[in-house]
Design a protein around this ligand. Sequence first.
Ligand code: SAH
Length: 375
Amino acid sequence: MSSTAAVEARPLTAAGRVNLLGLDEAGLQSLLAELGEKPFRSKQLRQWLHQRQVFDLDAMTDLAKGFRATLKTISEQTLPQAIFDRESSDGTRKWLLALESGQAVETVYIPERDRGTLCVSSQVGCALDCGFCSTGKQGFNRNLTAAEIIGQLHYATQALEAEGRGRRVTNVVLMGMGEPLANFRNVVPATNLMVDPYAWGLSRRRVTLSTVGLVPALYRLAEHSHISLAVSLHAPNDPLRDEIVPINRKYPLRELIPACEHYVDNTPHRCIYWEYVMLDGVNDSQKNARELISLLRGVPSKINLIPFNPFPGSAYRCSPRDRILRFAETLQQAGFITTIRRTRGQDIDGACGQLVGQVINRRNRGKQSAEKADS
Ligand code: SAH
């Protein structure tokens, strides 16, 4: 098959080339097969591109010259570039990264004593419109490519190295802008690269996908990827969840909970991390806590209560601290490991739900609906 055909089957850069950064083991192997090259070149390429972060094909001396020349004609390794870079008083760093198409997404680095977590975006905007999330309020623009998702890890790693303060990424959470399971086709190769020993080599426990719970995609994820799973629950019953997380009308709790149990039963993970945003007077009563206990009884669970981060125009308020503590205590007494998320990076709008990026060209929403349904 000609090299042109090999290029055409994949998402292309503006220059009409393949960005090799977005291809996981299987993706590289199929490209290599089309180019008539041996499959083991895939391992060498992943080591150069991700382990060593070398993009210059001439430097890849263990690859035959002819092969490098072919790659030069069909590929181009580009990273998103920061157009905005801020550090919070608590050390949280946020980058607004420009994409080739003129849009931008946000990536946030959260340092803690024993680890450094990178919060990565999966879409420009989000189609789900959860009432308490500012990203949803921006509308949906497009899915990120796999290269743009893994590119955020490359960019942050390089920027942290340049700081010279010894800070590095030890964990990745797909909790930035967008709904990762609505961009299944690109999120899976990107996360495969994160846990691939010949690429980023992070443990599966240290790469977490956070989803609103698109049920069919959850079953597919158990088949294709074994990363750790966080589910944005936010309500213990359907009427309330229908209101706070509108996709619940399509995938109600009686379908969501079994899909999550199936994930635990069919992957190496021992539990689901449930996220529950604390909204004053909405979902934070003792009755709600008891409902949550019966809903999750028997499901291997860890519960993370998230204090609501307000944003301009938001209709909700955060629950008072003592009510959050009481809610946590009730869950703990029922035997659930429950934590309260410490809000980080609020002064630079880097906290949960404050990521808005720049969603340009929103009039294209209708045109993009096929993509947003890619679950
Ligand atoms: N779409 C995915 C991932 C993005 S949001 C999901 O829904 O899980 C990551 C987490 O931040 C989710 O649990 C989300 O519900 C929460 N979040 C969104 N807006 C928030 C806000 N304003 N305050 C606190 N948490 C918020």
